[in-house]
Design a protein around this ligand. Structure first.
Ligand code: HMG
Ligand code: MG
Length: 307
């Protein structure tokens, strides 16, 4: 059943979805899935039309055992021309491991707050930048695209509200390292649309081009879609989402799943915004993944279309 489209003024014609299910989704699962299942997941996401699939992380395997098989996964995925398969890389060791697998897109991941820098990276706000600097420099020299994530942009479970100025200061440092894109993480999902607009305004006023900004909303409080719409109205055209709403961060208390890709695609389809994604194929993929994990998808759209 199709329900037609009605456009709203001030929105882009096309949105790039950065699919983070295989990384942000699976990093938080208590069960470690077999490599074959991860590979099939990535390939099905590509077959559903995704052109950016964040596939895994080259972090310390003790910190995130769920993704310790990163090299195996990348070796086995049949890579399709025109599709980007970014991976998370915290440090030079991670970059070396990623380059061995022919990776062309990486993401470093910083924190906007001191506590989360400590808990997620074993670093301070200052030393996380020292760790990233040679990674970004070498990756750029090798012609790679480098996303810079910034976590806890709107709130932190230990520090509470995070001031716009603080996020802008850390974001400018990330961009000064040479990141080609900045993804703003609402790691624990506490932002509402006004908070999103305030931070985007602050970043743009500080000289970060909106074309380089992506948004990464977790849906803990059910605000991710509203926040996305607010970001699109401000000129953002890259949105992170996770198939079936999988996800969370093992080092952030109260982080739940990301914005479900199906929920996002449903909204964008209704608004007549092109994503290149075949919603039916994506829903089939998330229903299959839910079977692998042994529990239903939290995505409202997956539930509606499979019931
Ligand atoms: P550390 O323990 O301080 O590491 O961890 P170190 O540099 O002191 O090294 C200790 C040992 O680890 C050494 O080995 C290194 O070689 C090894 P040893 O000499 O003892 O035998 N090592 C590595 N091995 C494999 N791969 C590596 C690596 N690095 C060091 N890359 C570190 C520091 C950054 C490594 C650690 O804290 C870490 O891996 N953290 C990752 C945590 C993580 O992945 N969190 C989830 C992703 S972030 C997220 O989800 C948020 C996001 O979605 C956005 C949002 O929602 O806000 C992106
Ligand atoms: Mg995340």
């Amino acid at each position: 059943m199709r329900y037609g489209t009605t456009q709203l003024a001030g929105l882009p014609n096309r949105v790039t979805i950065c699919e983070v299910g295989p990384r942000d989704g699976l990093q938080n699962e208590s069960e470690i899935l077999p490599v074959e299942v991860k590979v099939e997941f990535i390939e099905r996401l590509v077959a559903a039309g995704h052109r950016v699939v964040e596939s895994t992380s080259f972090v310390h395997p003790r910190w995130v055992p769920q993704l310790a098989d990163a090299a195996d996964v990348l070796q086995r995925v049949r890579r399709v021309d025109g599709v980007r398969y970014p991976v998370l890389v915290p440090n030079e060791k991670g970059l070396a491991r990623a380059l061995e697998q022919g990776v062309r897109d990486i993401a470093v991941f910083g924190s906007a707050t001191e506590t989360f820098a400590q808990r997620n990276l074993n670093h301070t706000l200052a030393t996380q930048m020292e760790m990233f600097a040679p990674v970004v420099e070498r990756a750029r020299e090798a012609g790679l695209a480098v996303r810079g994530y910034l976590s806890m942009c709107w709130g932190d479970p230990w520090e509470g509200e995070v001031a716009v100025d603080q996020v802008v200061t850390v974001a400018r440092r990330m961009m000064a390292l040479g990141c080609t894109e900045l993804s703003l993480g609402d790691t624990i999902g506490v932002a509402t649309p006004g908070h999103v607009v305030a931070l985007l305004d602050g970043l743009v006023a500080a000289g970060v081009p909106v074309e380089q900004i992506a948004v990464h909303f977790h849906d803990t409080y059910g605000q991710a879609l509203a926040n996305t719409l607010a970001a699109l109205q401000q000129g953002v055209t890259t949105v992170d989402a996770s198939a079936g709403g999988l996800g969370g961060c093992p080092y952030a208390k109260s982080a739940t799943g990301n914005l479900a890709t199906e929920d996002l695609v449903w909204q964008l389809n209704g608004l007549g915004i092109d994503t290149g994604i075949d919603l039916d194929k994506l829903v089939e993929t998330s229903a299959w993944m839910a079977q692998q994990l042994g529990r239903p998808s939290p995505s409202a759209v997956v539930r509606a279309l499979t019931s």
